[in-house]
Write a protein that binds this ligand. Structure first.
Ligand SMILES: [Zn+2]
Length: 250
């Protein structure tokens, strides 16, 4: 594995504290654990970047760079994540489900109802430097959707995110990590520069810009596990990825 292009892209969903309801899909990381992870990144000299940064400077030095991504745009991305990012001087990428105010798509599966961030919150985070990308309008499984639905959900979410954040989005995260050849074509044709999967892996991000891999941080990811995920040493330990490797695909 070449280390030249390796760029850890971490996957998170919700950050929670003691008062929050946790779902069965375990899409959360405790606030106190996240804070420790950010402290370790800071102490180790890491800088957070976004896909906008990659797009602006294709020869960017990736040494000690990392991308923090958050899927779905839960309200805790504003109430918990945003203050911590400001405290540490970090930035992140948040993928919005643009036509929902709550996680309507996962309620039927028994997940607790959680609000999504609103436009005022998105604008404030965007002005600070948070990148907003797209995650469809209704959190659709694009792999199972017909082409017309895919097109509507992909292009519609692009228009929505530009309106909501005030900036044209260049990054698309496939809901459930699900896509087919049509999906990838539509994402490219719509003008996105990056397609983000839930395929587990260290990222040679130049290998396929529309199938970028991520490393999920889970509620049980300890600080040692986090260090391995963030630094890339995780990948030299096959048994660790065997034990902790599968992604949640939400
Ligand atoms: Zn999602």
């Amino acid at each position: 594995m070449s280390s030249t292009y390796q760029l850890p892209v971490l996957l998170y969903h919700r950050l929670v504290n003691e008062s929050c309801v946790i779902g069965k899909h375990k899409l959360h990381v405790w606030e106190k654990d996240f804070r420790k992870q950010m402290q370790w990144l800071k102490d180790s000299g890491y800088q957070t970047i976004t896909f906008n940064d990659l797009n602006a400077q294709s020869n960017i030095d990736l040494n000690k760079k990392i991308i923090l991504t958050f899927d779905d745009g839960y309200v805790d991305n504003y109430t918990i994540l945003f203050p911590i990012l400001k405290e540490f001087g970090f930035i992140a990428v948040v993928f919005l489900v643009t036509a929902c105010k709550q996680n309507d798509w996962s309620k039927a599966e028994g997940e607790p109802t959680v609000n999504l961030i609103n436009i005022a919150q998105i604008r404030e985070m965007s002005a600070y430097g948070i990148e907003f990308g797209c995650h469809t309008q209704h959190h659709v499984d694009l792999k199972r959707a017909d082409k017309a639905t895919q097109e509507k959900e992909i292009m519609g979410s692009m228009v929505d995110v530009e309106m909501m954040s005030g900036k044209k989005p260049i990054t698309f995260s496939y809901p459930y990590g699900a896509y087919n050849d049509d999906t990838v074509q539509l994402v490219k044709q719509s003008g996105f520069k990056y397609g983000i999967t839930t395929i587990l892996g260290p990222d040679d991000w130049k290998e396929d810009l529309f199938r970028i891999k991520r490393i999920e941080v889970r509620p049980k990811t300890g600080l040692l596990g986090f260090k391995r995920k963030a630094s890339g040493t995780y990948w030299s330990n096959g048994w660790i990825s065997f034990l902790f490797g599968s992604l949640s695909n939400y």
